[in-house]
Design a protein around this ligand. Structure first.
Ligand code: HEC
Length: 312
């Protein structure tokens, strides 16, 4: 009998099956399980290693046994290997067990002796595969009966009720959740570590490609100096990240991707880089930004922080 699948199909197929199984059963949110949990990657690596090792060992054992065979046995083995799988003894035996069909030559054994205008009838046994299936349904019915009518399992109506309850809970939760109403008028500079850490995470993932991880600038300008093309200060930075730059299409609007409070965190992180002077940072662009003094109580001036402060 030939091997069912060649090794270069068998190993990847087994590996893929296990990988898909793991991804299916391990709840890892939006990232694949083997990225999120290093243990899973480790397991996969060990599994792949074992698979390959087993293949090599089996192959070696096969070779050794082949050398130990007598010429007669080798001939037999080669003959057996040329038979396609569908003709193998094992499959043929299995088919016979499951169908108990009679060969055409033996039909006379099961022929009934009535004959209607040349139409005859064979007295075949019920095919075992069908009979087993039938027994299976009886066993299933029995278990079902005990589970749901004697032991009081959840009926479909109960299941429906549970799901409706869960959905109602979800609706209530959403109704009480606060909407994210951060905006340019309200935005303030955050300095707490947790917010800056979140801002940093986003910055490294989404912004570092153009601004460099340390903010020194590549395609985008240096964000660590006091010079700003679009104005400094939390409101301007919040605005440029939310809306994008009108002068340069590379700096797109991020408000469809991040929530306003997230943008506040990112903007705060960007401003926390002020004066960090990273090595290899781009030269200053734009105008120097001077934070306007806190408004005096009597004058109540309207501070329009979206305007660039005068340069010195
Ligand atoms: C595809 C490249 C690119 C990406 C990605 C990018 N930027 Fe920019 N960014 C730019 C460019 C180019 C400018 C200059 C815009 C201009 O000239 O008005 C800029 C400008 C800015 C400015 C204003 C700088 C100034 O001097 O006015 C800020 C702040 C900023 N980006 C923050 C971010 C943040 C935060 C992210 C990530 C959420 C980000 N950028 C992602 C290219 C990019």
């Amino acid at each position: 009998m030939k091997k069912l699948l060649p090794v270069y199909v068998r190993v990847p197929l087994l590996f893929a099956t296990v990988l898909i199984g793991l991804e299916y059963f391990i709840d890892s949110g939006d990232r694949p399980a083997f990225v999120k949990y290093p243990m899973v990657s480790l397991f996969l690596a060990v599994f792949l290693f074992l698979l390959i090792a087993i293949e090599i060992v089996v192959n070696a054992v096969d070779k050794v046994t082949y050398h130990l065979l007598t010429d007669e046995q080798r001939k037999q083995l080669e003959e057996a290997q040329t038979i396609p799988i569908t003709q193998s003894k094992f499959l043929k035996g299995l088919m016979q067990k499951l169908t108990r069909s009679k060969e055409i030559e033996q039909e006379s054994d099961v022929m009934l002796n009535h004959d209607y205008d040349g139409i005859k009838e064979l007295d075949n046994v019920l095919p075992p595969w069908w009979v087993y299936l039938f027994y299976g349904t009886i066993a299933f019915a029995f278990i079902y009966l005990i589970r749901f009518h004697v032991l009081d399992g959840d009926t479909q109506a109960d299941e429906f009720k549970h799901e409706v309850e869960l959905a109602n809970l979800e609706i209530q939760k959403n109704a009480t959740a606060k909407p994210d109403d951060m905006n340019i008028d309200k935005v303030t500079l955050l300095t707490d570590e947790a917010s800056l850490a979140k801002g940093k995470e986003v910055f490294t993932n989404a912004c570092a490609a153009c601004h460099k991880a340390d903010g020194g600038g590549i395609v985008g300008p240096n964000l660590t100096d006091e010079f700003w093309i679009n104005g400094g200060g939390i409101k301007n930075v919040f605005k440029i990240i939310s809306e994008g730059s009108k002068n340069n299409q590379s700096m797109v609007s991020w408000k469809g991707i991040f929530k306003p409070t997230e943008i506040q965190q990112i903007a705060s992180y960007v401003l926390s880089l002020q004066g960090s002077k990273p090595a290899g940072g781009k030269p200053a662009e734009g105008q120097k930004w001077v934070e306007e003094a806190a408004p005096k109580t009597d004058a109540t001036p309207v501070v329009d922080s979206t305007k660039v402060a005068p340069t010195k």
